[in-house]
Ligand binder design. Structure first.
Ligand SMILES: NC(=O)c1ccc[n+]([C@@H]2O[C@H](COP(=O)([O-])OP(=O)(O)OC[C@H]3O[C@@H](n4cnc5c(N)ncnc54)[C@H](O)[C@@H]3O)[C@@H](O)[C@H]2O)c1
Length: 323
């Protein structure tokens, strides 16, 4: 029941665009978790896929399983409609490293210089907001001497797959976000993903880039929060599964997907402000360091300063669904 309601409320919010699907040729640059799952998944819908990777072992393996695959120096011309960049963007101390992306994009732009016809470049790597417009676009224009919007399109499409189930997740996406430079670029991706029968939403390049970080950081905060509570529960010898599963059933913040998303200001009311403080006090008395809880209380005071008081809007979510 809850799953049905969540799907309905989310799908009702997504616009998508009409249009037919189209079989296409796609070059996947970087054949790791994201690239391999993308290439394999797209090929299952009759698209023609070519893998490009600096790792010769990966190129060999893809060839062995029947795909076209090359190292960048072997692949000198463009014979596809789309190029997807799925290269690493690590943060090994001292900030994010965008060198892999810069190299891959520069190689691509040199190939594009010799290509006639419109082509769409898609950033699938997770990158900070502004990277696609302010780094990728100028690099492509510089080395291809082509014009964004006219000669080539640009899209940032975040990937949400989980490594353990990468291929299945790509084949059965629960949601697709297309960050687009312009409508023409986005329409090409919309056609490509039509057969996947998933909700598709369009936004700007920067909105797609920040959305992927919000997506990941939200998951990280949820895990860290429950670990903070787990340590307290374990210290007391209580049953963590029972308490957390009961929370999953009781807390609207878990079962209502749009809880907390609307712009209603800081949390307020007769329970949340007093109970957050009460649990923090109890933790302190019991020698528990509730670091996340402390930040939540502090941040909410800050939000009251900059956003004003809670607007006390109450949305009757269940009655909207007619249940
Ligand atoms: N792994 C995940 O679950 C996941 C999920 C969503 C998004 N992402 C993001 O997707 C991006 C790729 O992640 P991944 O896990 O697939 O990485 P990965 O390390 O598994 O694969 C990256 C591939 O890119 C290749 N490569 C590096 N430089 C290249 C170049 N110049 N030309 C061609 N190939 C090159 C590498 O040899 C490697 O095979 C990252 O930005 C990551 O944050 C990862």
């Amino acid at each position: 029941m809850v799953i049905y309601m969540n799907q309905k409320i989310l799908r009702d919010n997504f616009s998508g665009r009409a249009g037919k699907s189209q079989i296409m040729k796609i070059a996947v640059v970087g054949a790791g978790f994201v690239g391999e799952a993308s290439g394999r998944g797209l090929s299952k819908h009759k698209n023609k896929v070519v893998f490009i990777d600096v790792d010769e072992a990966k190129v060999k393996a893809h060839k062995k399983s029947g795909f076209s695959a090359f190292t960048p120096d072997q692949y000198t011309k463009i014979d596809t409609d789309i190029t997807m960049f799925c290269v690493p963007t690590p943060t090994n101390g001292g900030g994010i490293k965008l060198d892999y992306l810069k190299h891959a994009v520069t190689d691509f732009a040199k190939r594009l210089a010799k290509h006639d016809g419109y082509h769409v470049a898609v950033v699938r790597s997770t990158v900070p907001p502004g990277t696609t417009r302010d780094l990728v676009l100028p690099l492509i224009e510089k080395y291809s001497k082509k014009k964004a919007g006219k000669d080539f399109g640009l899209v940032m499409q975040p990937e949400y797959l989980r490594e353990a189930t990468a291929n299945q997740d790509f084949e059965r996406p629960w949601f697709i976000l297309i960050g687009e430079l312009d409508k023409k670029s986005g329409a090409v991706l919309e056609k490509l993903y039509k057969p996947f029968d998933a909700p598709i939403e369009h936004c700007s390049l920067e909105e797609a880039e920040i959305q992927k970080y919000i997506h990941n950081v939200y998951n990280a905060v949820k895990i860290a929060f429950f670990n903070e509570m787990r340590l307290a529960i374990k210290k007391k010898g209580w049953d963590q599964d029972k308490i957390f599963l009961a929370t999953a059933e009781s807390s609207e913040g878990i079962w209502n997907p749009i809880y907390g998303l609307r712009d209603h200001g800081p949390f307020d009311g007769s329970c949340l402000p007093k109970d957050t403080v009460a649990l923090l006090e109890w933790g302190t008395k019991n020698g528990l360091d509730f670091g996340i809880l402390k930040s939540v209380i502090k941040q909410n005071f800050y939000h009251e300063k900059v956003m004003g008081q809670n607007k006390k809007v109450r949305v009757n979510y269940l009655s909207k669904l007619g249940v």
